[in-house]
Design a protein around this ligand. Sequence first.
Ligand code: NDP
Length: 478
Amino acid sequence: MATMFIAGESTASSSGQTYDVINPATGEVVDSAPKGTEGDARAAIDAAFAAFQAWSETAAEARAQLILKGIDAVKKEIQELSVLLTKEQGKPLGDSQREIEHFMHGMNFYAGLASKIRGSYVPLPDNKMYGMVLKQPVGVTGAIVPWNFPITLMGTKVGPALAAGCTVVVKPASTTPLTTTRIVELLNQAGLPKGVLNVVTGSGSVVGEEILRNAKVSRVAFTGESKTGKHIMEVAGSQMKRVTLELGGSDPMIVCEDADIDKALTGASVGRFYNCGQACLAVKRLYVVESVYAQFVEKLVGKVQRLKLGNGLDKDTRLGPMHSKVQREEIESQVADTVKRGAKVLVGGKRPEGAEYEKGFFYLPTVLTDAPHDSRVVTEETFGPVLPVFKVKDLDEGIELANSSQWGLGSSVWTRDLAKARRAAERLQAGNVWINSLHIGYDEMPFGGVKFSGIGREHGPEALEYYLETKGVVVATP
Ligand code: NDP
């Protein structure tokens, strides 16, 4: 059984209760996890609060060294961790390993930045006085993480928090607690002082709510659905907690007539179907200029038909199951609604047939055309392997349709014309624009959304700012 980790100790739920974690490919139980209570969340927050002062006053270099030791411990166990991640999340094994490598890369990035955090010296009008601007850690951080990339999205919070001198309570998604709890344990065993990094498993409405409402938590870093994000903003806002919200998206991709078509096809196929379409930055609406539309769609369908669907532990699998029954039902209902309104299914649009798919939450990769612009697959986030494709007159029409959305996370434009690329980069209403590039988050680049896709940024040196307060100190020479 997995355990939580509070104040440097592996621990069960104070209620003694556990719940089962299900393998999305087989429907079998992978393991069980503690059903954390409000009291467990409080204990973890108390531990993080008690550890804060000493950790915040630990030399940045020493904090960085401890993070690096933790990464080494994770690296030694990467094979086992990858298998565990595939079993609880469903993604292909190679993708699980890449996710954990990405986590280590991000932690390494922030370990490197810990000693670069600095304030400034400010000359004042009276030259017998001067100002100092100090950068100080915010305090206890609640890191609330979803199930689609449980490990990297924990790292995007824990990395900058620890580097800045904050202490942390991690709350993984209920359905993906196993790899997270083991990694938190490894980071602790590598030398983090007691209480600096804690993890409490259990439901959002119990453990998550305690994190939102507990006065000892100064900062909430959240990734998840926009609906949950709004609730978090309201509750945390009423207490003036610092909040970042990485929420849902419906990223548009625009293919111009002068694009490198083969590269754009890979961009669309990988961009939409990676992680079985369950990525915030996945390509969720594809706009193709009319002169290349027919050939693009034909080749895309061929590519999608070749994607091998299966259990993530099989080495040929490119597309695993969807993460849960609920997720699959949601996608089915979005597709049914859109087809009823006139959309055509070019490929997929249903569950696969065959004994190997019966017990898992599989859904065929799907390409739709003729979806009305106000249908559910366009207006809502589609968190699964479904791609609606639209014909547009030119880039400008593509940008207009791309922007006619409540979402504003990512977007991409594919063209060899730099003037067009620049126009799109400036006009697209999104936190991120990729030019001729896959929708990928880089540790080096700030990442986040505008509109209903969120507030604040993760990744990059920019993310550190959200874990720091700025203090002005005025000094008069005696
Ligand atoms: P949810 O919002 O349902 O859950 C995210 C986390 O919040 C889980 O740990 C959940 O716990 C917790 N939670 C739920 N209710 C509360 C509450 N009342 N108080 C505190 N915590 C709570 O999102 P999903 O897990 O379904 O994640 C998928 C979503 O995440 C998609 O919309 C996707 O676009 C978005 N996302 C955004 C990214 C970005 O960078 N912008 C990146 C990746 C995903 P529990 O599991 O127990 O319910």
